[in-house]
Structure formats: C-alpha cells, structure tokens
Design a protein around this ligand. Structure first.
Ligand code: GDG
Length: 458
C-alpha cells in the first residue's frame, strides 16, 4: 500500500500536530502516522521570492514528513487573502453581499495552485495517494495532472457547497467546477452540499450524475461522497475532565458566583452568527427577567483573517453590541456578556464547556461545526449541559439531541436558551446520550478511513 500525501493550505507544525490542536489536524496526522507520508502546504510565513522558490522545507517526525513552502506577499494577497478569503469563503457561506471579485486575484489563485503542485511533484511516488483539503486548492489536481501525475487524487470540501444560483456569482464558476472534476473523488460534509454540486453538474455543466453519485462532466468521470467530519469524543471527554481543576477554570467557576453559564466558541467570522447570538441573549434577559443577574454568557472569539475588510467590520460591530447589551443589563457585580477576543489553550476551552449549562452554537452557515461536537463530548454525563444548535450547521443533521434553532429568529433562539437553562436532568441526560451515540458512530477515524478507502477504490 502506498503512502498518503495530504495537502492543505496550512500545515500544522510537528509540535502542533502531536499536541492538542484538535479539529482536522488530528484526523490528517493520525492517517499520516498510520500510512506514512507527507503533509504538504503553506508554512504560514510570508517570505521573499528567493526563499519561496528555495522550498519546500522538509521536517521529519517518525514516518511523517512535513513539507512546507512560504508565500510571497503578492501570492498571499492574491491567492489567500484575495480569491480564497474574500471571494470563495463568503460565496460558499451564502454571503454574496460580502464577496469581492478581482480578476488578478483569481489569476493569482490559479498561479499559486500550479506553483504548489509543481513543488509537490518531485516528492510523489507512483503508488502514493493524494488527499487535498478545502476551497483554497480546487485547481490543485488539474495542476498535478498537467505535471503528468496519474496517482489517485481526492478532494474534501470543509465548507458548505452553495446551491448553483449562489455559485453563479463567482464569475469563473465554470472553470472552478471543471477543475474540481479533475479529482477522482470529491467529498462533502452533508447530503445537501453533495446535492448542490450534482445540481450544478446537471444544470450548468451539461454533465450527468449516476445513482451511485458518479459524475461525468467535462470529459472526466469522478466519484462523489458524503463524509461527515467528527471528533474523537472519548479523548475530548478525558481532556475536559482532567483539566476540571485547572486554575483558570476554577477562577471562572468562582467568578460566576453560582450563576448559570452559556458558552460559545468561534473563530471571529461573519458566518458564525455572533451578532444574532448576542441579540438572542439580550432578548432572553428582556423577555425572562428571572434570568437577569442569574446567567452569564461567555463568548470566546479569537480573531482570524484580520486583514480582510469584512472581518474588521464584524469585530467593530461585536464590540459595539457587547458594550450596548452590557450597558443595559450589567449590575455592580454582574456583567452579562464576557466577550473574549482571544485564543485559549484547547484543554481550557474543553473544561470551560464542561462547566457550562448551555452550549450556544448558531452559525448562519457552517460546513460541519466541530465546536458543536466538542461541546457535547466535553460534558459530564451525570450532569450534562444542553446544546442549542443552528439548523444551518452541518452538525445539525447528526446531533438529534440538540435544541435546533434558526439563527435569524432572535426570539426563537432566546426561547431555546430559556428551555435549555430550565431543562430537567432526565431530559438533559437523554439528549446528551443521543448526541454522544451520534459522535461515537461517526468519529474522526470513520471520516478519515471511509474517505481514504473510497479514494483507494476509485
Ligand atoms: C472549517 C469549517 C468545519 C476555536 N477557538 C479556539 C479554538 N478553536 C477551535 C475549535 C474547533 C476549531 O477551532 C473550529 O472548527 P469549526 O469546525 O467550528 O470551524 P472552522 O474553523 O470554520 O472550520 C467547519 C471544519 O472546517 C472542519 O471540517 O467543521 O464547518 O468552516 O476545533 O475548538 N481552539 C483553541 N483556542 C481557541 O480559542 N485552542
């Protein structure tokens, strides 16, 4: 059996990969350790052209080689900040209003994909399989094919795939989908995403889709599948319990003075529905006065992509909303919203989730949303918190024990919070067990193994 070559925009450092980074990095690294292979992509550094061209830098960790390249300022601006983050990300999250399109950025996106593929080619052996991740790298397989690579190459999309009517807003949509068809297997988070892709193929690419999801379009034949990304629930549970007594968590507990805790964790991103969530919490305090001074909402939101214009706006809007709501409902020793614009160590986050009575996860669109799954896994099964979850998170299709809400319905979300805060123990346990069963049935190992088995079978 050949090795695995994993390709993602960012590559974790060996220390990050071995440590507690969570999320998809754990899944990729575990597969690489089993099969041996290479993790290839951007180092996260912006460098001179000479340094970029001298790469990749290789670093071995047992059977795994971390192969990274730096990006020049121009490549970073066009490929990463530009077309990936300011065009594809908003459109794939149904935010055409926030999408910008610049032809030079798209050209940069294709140029960088071709350059990355060229850098990887010398490292690939004939029976390796290649697994490419996410929207930054849609043209990667096409570039590999141009370099004469015939290995099996699969692609997994971590974000939603938008319905065709939305995708048409990206001017080069046809070229992008044509490029996507150069993979042997394309994987999606949910059935909805896969159906949207099939829809595009039939209605706009003049292609066909077989009963088994086999796509024929642009002279290519490829498979599609649904692979719901998961977590390793038992590891998270242990981590959350182990760190229960950590100083920071004790301080949090002490500072709550017996108040209930609603907990949210998100990258600071407009797709995560943070403004609507703040307003729903305000609505709870307005509609249900008994909860005033009796419940605290902690929102952890580390900044990301701060050099993209729309991200600056969301940061300002959230600061304004948190200030406004706190001004309205604070007491001398009570602050309703604690808005923490910083990154916490993962173990602290998991323990904080375990301390809370409600996990409030309400994205406007989300491929899966791992925080929802981590929240469930971190709970104490004898006294679990309740997950309030947006119907627009991919995770909503699996977590049937959650209270499902529409993130545009502010009053509806506040009602769900009230219900969660007052839910009897027996119902909380029942819901938690249903959610845990879903997490175990489809953990991160299942995601990884089924995708790779299907890719091998292509
Ligand atoms: C994309 C898709 C899909 C967050 N704050 C901190 C921190 N985190 C961790 C969480 C979680 C991860 O980051 C975020 O994952 P999500 O799935 O919630 O969201 P995206 O970052 O948008 O991920 C998404 C995912 O890819 C995987 O396919 O589910 O739909 O958008 O693990 O815990 N971690 C630490 N400190 C923080 O402050 N250590």
């Amino acid at each position: 059996m050949g090795r695995l070559i994993a390709v993602s925009n960012r590559v974790a450092t060996p220390t990050e990969a071995k440590g507690s980074v969570g999320g998809l990095a754990v899944g990729i690294f575990s597969a690489l350790k089993d099969m041996g292979g290479i993790w290839f992509g951007w180092s996260g550094d912006v460098v001179s052209e000479a340094v970029a061209n001298a790469g990749p830098t290789l670093e071995d960790e047992g059977p795994v080689t971390f192969a990274t390249v730096g990006l020049t300022r121009r490549d970073y601006d066009q490929y990463y900040r530009g077309f990936s983050n300011a065009t594809l990300w908003p459109v794939f999250h149904y935010r055409n209003d926030l999408a910008a399109y610049e032809r030079e950025e798209y050209a940069g996106y294709r140029r960088v994909n071709a350059w990355l593929a060229h850098k990887l080619v010398t490292l690939i052996e004939p029976d390796d399989i290649v697994w490419v991740h996410d929207f930054h790298l849609i043209p990667f397989a096409e570039s590999l094919r141009r370099e004469g690579v015939h290995n099996r190459v699969g692609f997994f999309l971590h974000t939603p795939f938008p319905s065709p009517q939305i995708l048409l807003n990206v001017p080069p949509h046809q070229e992008l989908i044509k490029s996507l068809c150069c993979y042997d297997l394309v994987g999606f988070q949910t059935d909805t995403d896969r159906v949207a892709f099939h829809d595009y193929i039939v209605r706009y690419a003049g292609g066909t889709v077989g009963d088994d999801g086999e796509v024929q379009a642009y002279g290519r034949r490829l498979r599609t599948g649904v692979y719901r990304i998961g977590v390793f629930p038992d590891e998270i549970a242990q981590e959350a319990a182990r760190n229960e007594s950590r100083q920071q968590v004790l301080e949090l507990k002490h500072s709550l003075e017996g108040r209930k805790l609603i907990m949210s964790v998100d990258r600071l991103d407009y797709s995560k529905g943070l403004i609507e969530r703040f307003r729903a919490f305000e609505q709870l305090l307005e509609r249900a006065p008994q909860w005033r001074e009796n419940v605290t909402f902690v929102q952890v939101a580390p900044p990301t992509r701060a050099d993209v214009e729309s991200y600056k706006n969301i940061q300002q809007n959230l600061e304004y909303e948190a200030g406004r709501i706190n001004g309205r409902y604070s007491g001398l020793d009570y602050t309703p919203i604690r808005y923490l614009n910083q990154r916490f160590p993962r173990s602290h986050l998991m323990s904080m989730c375990r301390e809370s009575q409600v996990g409030f996860v309400t994205p406007l669109r989300d491929g899966m949303n791992l925080v929802a799954k981590e929240y469930v896994a971190a709970q104490n099964p004898d006294d679990p918190g309740v997950l309030v979850l947006s119907e627009f998170a991919g995770a909503a299709a699996e977590l049937c024990g959650a209270l499902i809400v529409n993130p545009h319905d502010i009053v509806g979300m506040s009602e769900a919070l009230e219900r969660a805060l007052s839910m009897p123990l027996a119902e909380r346990k029942q819901r938690h067990e249903a959610n845990m069963a879903a997490l175990r049935r489809n953990d991160l190992g299942v995601w990884r193994d089924t995708f790779l088995a299907d890719l091998r079978g292509c």
